[in-house]
Design a protein. Structure first.
Length: 96
């Protein structure tokens, strides 16, 4: 019977289910980044069990990043953000 593992992509941080293979390399299904298996979050013979865990982990990660963005947003709310390379220039004037 096949075994399934839950992994997290280092690039896009999404959790996903993969079938256990002989190779220690895997490719993210979302961003297509090739990477080594660093941490296995779950191992099971049931893909359904793994999918449920993946959904929970992804929901927790999204909530955590949203809370962090809100917390950071309130700290920097009153500070203007300048785009790189626009300091001291009038970007709204166009020369013809």
């Amino acid at each position: 019977m096949q075994e399934f593992i839950v992994l997290q992509c280092f690039s896009c941080k999404v959790y996903q289910v993969h079938i256990v293979k002989k190779s220690s390399k895997w490719r993210c299904k979302l961003c297509n980044a090739k990477q080594s298996i660093v941490k296995i979050f779950m191992k099971s013979e049931s893909a359904k069990e793994c999918r449920v865990i993946v959904q929970e982990l992804n929901e927790k990660y999204i909530k955590h990043t949203e809370e962090l963005a809100i917390a950071l947003g309130s700290e920097t709310k009153n500070t203007p953000i300048e785009e790189p390379g626009t300091k001291g220039t009038n970007s709204d004037k166009v020369a013809f």
